[in-house]
Design a protein around this ligand. Structure first.
Ligand code: SF4
Length: 359
């Protein structure tokens, strides 16, 4: 058993981060463009410097294409997409450009996006096995990107490559993430030994925001009430604009900020008859976001890009075919109202509530 495995045996709290990092052949830092990935990346970078192995540091952004927050221009100022910001974070960390990878799934030579897969399958990620959006669209993609490098390493060194997968997940984010171990061996075979490290796991949301501001690290515009506001009063998270696991306010902001994306989600939801999220439908969110009292989006994007057009074409083509998964009981085509079909103004007025005048 290696010294590292002995350290694991004493529990995650006991491990020495410098010793952990020094033992790696590849330190792979996942940068989403969000604040937590950046915080974890800085801890990993600083630890790698102390261990004298900063040349083994790689940064990776697994892109979800038009589903993640894009760039936007407001008052003549351009604010970067999450992919562009991830590359900028990598540069600020001192990682050379050749060790920053932006990855995106492709099929037949063209981008293959998560929403197309959802439309084909007829299930949203919250219903699917093991959160396929992060598994297949992120973890497996990154794993595959290093396959050739790992094969060459095994041939040259006659042993498996040691890889550290650094993620920005924090206990503060959700009950599920609270249960995650800060250090976990995820793979051990003849080619690679992979440990997952969450260096910012114990840090609070307010600490990470304060740390980001104190260090003048750039944060994504989606976090703010409007691009450039710098007030952290926008979306609480930053990856897919409309994440199936997001809180209600974030989703209202997302559908208001990206109406074209929201409408495409609604097409998938309606055609497949499966709600976007266990607590609500995207259709209900679109309607709620348009009512008085909904959060001010601060900016509304037109999503008028060739990449978005290609996504829309692929999604609509997928919806012409039967879903790959049999609809679950109570779901399926015809079980959800279309966009605009969920308005309850008439029935409420019939109950004697003159809500339309109040609107
Ligand atoms: S942001 Fe949400 S929907 Fe998008 S990949 Fe992550 S968990 Fe899945």
């Amino acid at each position: 058993m290696s010294a590292q495995l002995d350290l694991f045996a004493t529990g995650p709290a006991a491990f020495d981060a410098v010793e952990l990092v020094a033992a790696q052949d590849f330190i792979i830092v996942n940068l989403s463009g969000g604040k937590d990935g950046l915080r974890a990346a800085v801890i990993a970078r600083d630890t790698a410097v102390r261990a004298g192995v900063e040349d083994r540091l790689w940064t990776v952004h697994a892109s979800l294409g038009p589903m993640e927050w894009p760039a936007c221009t407001l008052n003549g100022v351009r604010y970067p997409s999450v992919g562009e910001l991830a590359a900028e974070h990598s540069r600020l960390l001192g990682v050379p450009p050749e060790r920053h990878l932006e990855l995106r799934r492709h099929r037949d030579g063209v981008p293959y996006d998560l929403l197309t897969f959802i439309a084909q399958r007829g299930d949203w990620p919250w219903l699917g096995p093991a959160r396929f959006c992060t598994g297949d669209w992120k973890t497996k993609l990154i794993y595959g990107a290093f396959s050739a490098t790992v094969r060459a390493f095994v041939k040259a060194h006659g042993r498996p490559a040691r890889m550290l997968n650094v993620l920005g997940l924090r206990a503060d984010e959700s009950p599920d993430r609270r249960k995650r171990k800060p250090l976990l061996r995820t793979t051990e075979n003849t080619h690679r030994i992979v440990d997952e490290w969450l260096p910012a796991h114990a840090e609070t949301t307010s600490f990470v925001k304060d740390w980001t501001d104190a260090g003048s690290w750039p944060h994504h515009w989606a976090y703010d009430s409007a691009p450039g506001a710098g007030d952290w009063a926008g979306s609480s998270r930053c990856s897919c604009s409309a994440c199936v696991f997001s809180n209600h306010r974030d989703l209202l902001l997302a559908v208001a900020r990206r109406p074209r994306l929201a409408a495409l989600y609604a097409e998938v939801e309606y055609a497949r008859g499966i709600p976007f999220n266990p607590n609500t439908t995207i259709t209900a969110l679109i309607e709620e976001a348009a009512r008085p009292g909904a959060p001010d989006p601060g900016v509304v994007l037109d999503d008028n890009t060739p990449d978005f057009d290609a996504l829309q074409t692929a999604v609509r083509a997928a919806l012409t075919l039967p879903p790959k998964r049999k609809p679950r009981p109570g779901t399926g085509p015809g079980t959800l109202p279309p966009l605009g079909g969920g308005c309850d103004g008439c029935s409420l007025a019939g109950d004697g509530l003159l809500l339309l005048e109040e609107l």
